[in-house]
Design a protein around this ligand. Sequence first.
Ligand SMILES: Cc1cc2nc3c(=O)[nH]c(=O)nc-3n(C[C@H](O)[C@H](O)[C@H](O)COP(=O)(O)O)c2cc1C
Length: 173
Amino acid sequence: MKVLAFGTSNSKNSINKKLAFYAAQQINNADVSLIDIDDFEMPIYSEDREKESGIPQLAHDFYKAIGSADSIVMSFAEYNGSYTSAYKNLFDWTSRIDMKVFQNKPVIMLSTSPGPSGAQSVLAAAQASAPYFAANVINAISLPSFFDNFDVNKGVVTDETFNQNLLTAISKL
Ligand SMILES: Cc1cc2nc3c(=O)[nH]c(=O)nc-3n(C[C@H](O)[C@H](O)[C@H](O)COP(=O)(O)O)c2cc1C
């Protein structure tokens, strides 16, 4: 199974990228493609820019990466209760190719932050809007207090509730 994994952050040390990679690796026989959304940086979306120059190639590349995957594991970073601007910009451009950004793929949505909320606000927003963007959300799972619940040296989640919920989600793929 081809699994596309990414964190919705352009931070070099993104904890959400680490979490997405860990989760994707738990899928049996997964061929995991871990991408960095920093490699998809484009000018800030504007309708004027789109009219003048069209949709950048990087948005097409991201759309194709989703289209060629069998399933998606993504983990949401939360900035001020919402999406990072890096992800929102990538998402806005991609949605101009096709509003069905997720192309009916099964998606495991995750989120984490260093604090106890575990970026639940952005995760809830992403889950609520998923049907408009043709995401078949298998489950949405937040990992609170990342540095208490993730062994950074081993790259594994140590919180058993999260791991159980993740395995249940994976079994539905
Ligand atoms: C501008 C900014 C806003 C943030 N707002 C939130 C927030 O609303 N909720 C939260 O849980 N963490 C917030 N944080 C902390 C992030 O969760 C933390 O930086 C985390 O490492 C981001 O995920 P990443 O490492 O995958 O980029 C914020 C960080 C920044 C830089």
